[in-house]
Design a protein around this ligand. Sequence first.
Ligand SMILES: [Zn+2]
Length: 455
Amino acid sequence: MQRRIFARAWLWILIIAGLSSGCAPKRLAPLEPDAFPQPDGGTLVAPTLLGVGLAEGQLHLLMTVDGPALVLDSHSRQRLHQFGQEGGQLQCTRQGDTVVMTVGNVTSSSGGFILQPMDPSQRVSHDDKDYRGEFLVIPSPKTGGLTLVNQVGLESYLCGVVPWEIGRHGSEKKAALAAQAVAARTYTISHLRSRRSRGFDVYASVMDQVYKGSRHEDILCNEAIEETAGLVLESNGDLVDAYYSACCGGHSSRVEKVWPRKAESYLVNHLDSAGKGHKAFCSESKYFHWVENWSAGRLEEILQETLPAYVAYMTKGERPAWARPSFTSRKAGVDLKNPGKLLDLDITDYTPSGRIAELQISMEAGIYHVRGDRVRWVLAPASGKPVILRSAGFELEKVRRDGQLTEISARGRGFGHGIGLCQTGALAMAAQGYSAQEILVHYYPGSILRRLETQ
Ligand SMILES: [Zn+2]
């Protein structure tokens, strides 16, 4: 109950702060207080424990604990071993459909094991990282080997996510940390079922959100998480798909133009600024402008790998309908896995936010039609850093000699997919005095804050 009162008080502080701070530039209208549901009116329930997939397909797992802990059978919850004050090591391997666990001279096999500290403030460790919560080891459902899952409370999980996703900053940017905490919490809850067939809820990587456990938590980020405890974003009665990226380049994008996903009213094209004629919030970002250069020979080498991979990716699931044909052959019988020589490339369609809608790459074998954000994987930087192109918002410059393509440059804006919250923009908004709530409403227009019930 104390937390409920606190969370509601926080909302009012935000509203009052939003209304009273007159020093900031043009402010966004704060949400109406009535937009917030009553504390007891909701049915959204926070998960008791979240399963974070730390590793899959491992032949061998070594876990340690520094204090008293239990090893439990994950199905029967039977106690198989108890570590004393000094803690110890647990090793696991896979045998057929079972996990074999070894502690000292004791060996046991089961469908899965849990390593659970007796004191909840105690950490469990694996691969030089410490984690709150407990470990679950199961046979990997999709591959051979073992899957390691960190079963951890939602708020504790966020402490290992927020500083890695938005970075560590001074108190003048705390509102952005709070906005990031709400976005990350909302993303987590709305994606809870997406990885379930793999035995956990979310990956601990950019596949979902980067999570590095408890060793390098950040005090300000932890405060931002605590002050927004349980708050998520909702739109039209559903949780928001709270995507975020490093820098939108001044203009965010509609989700369905970038990925084969359905349109959402809050993931739209909009200027990342206080209005037309104003500087973009993210304009000071080092990612705001970028240039990437390739020689025609180097790009041709890259395309030999990335184009066949693109066609294979686009022929899966629901993508063909969204992508339309990904390849048009020049003659019958060509092998699209062997693109051959690079002849030319042209941007044939832009999205309203200035990102590539379609890039046509003319190769000896035929024309590859590269759609949306996938262009970043196909036009991989020559240096390999970053691994994919910074964004899909760019123009191409081509140099020809004697009619032959010799050099290609991409001049672009932003870093990431550009959907939802722009992290560098959010940090600039915070520094200019905007509240966390104003930042969230700016990046997810029409959304409202709602508090999860705890079980
Ligand atoms: Zn931006």
